[in-house]
Write a protein of this length. Sequence first.
Length: 289
Amino acid sequence: METLQEKTETYREWKKQLKRHYRKFAGFAKEAYRYEDVEDVHQARVHCRKLLTLLKLLDPDDREALRVPLKRAFKALGRVRDSDVLIADFVQRKEEAPDGDTAEMLKRYLKLLRDRRLRYAAKLEKRLRPALRGKFRRRWDDYLDGALPKQALSVDATAQLRRLEAKLEAKQAELRELAAQPDTSGLDLAETLHEARLIVKEIRYVTSEADFALKPLPGGALSFLPVKPLQEELGALNDSRVRLAQWQDANPEALGIDPDVYRRMTDRLRGEMERRIREVSLADLDERD
């Protein structure tokens, strides 16, 4: 049983982590909508996700109503970040294009991506402001010294981590069923693997950002699952999934693209995604550290 001093230290650690990630999120977010460095968008999103993970542990029902503005900020940052990743990927593909027709097609597609990115970036400040402005900041400060101390004493982060691991194992069973069906499309399987990736990322952030509140397993590990390798594999797969989905949303006629050239690129992107799916070892989800 924790002593009063231990409980006080635990609360201080929760507060320190929350303050640190909010400070970093706010700092990078203010730089993000100036668009001087794409890394600002990425880092703002990372720290926003870590904040959301910690708040979900502490306040699962969001009674303090802090997560909604942060979720909206995260979503807006995600649109810009996805655009940045896509633009960088297709710039490289254009440079390595096997022929002039493919290079011209990718040049036109990149213009579409850059125009879309500008629209997302133009809305970014508006989407981020509710999580940065004075009203939210006052609620945030009140939370750190008001509801947080009680939540820090009552939260069972270990139990919530074990539920996440069980959720991932249930997703594993779903993946095995999908993989066994001959009529399952690559996109269906990729979407389910993407859902598994989100669970994996949440497990990783719980074990890295709330390690002070977790009871270790025999041997000192915090999680049953080797989440970092899985996250990297599933992250690469998700990039392939998003890339194919965004490409298929393009209108080749409106872009003046040769349908045959467009179809060849579609087949290539689908093949890359399917290869990524095969590279994800579902057996890894059964392993224990």
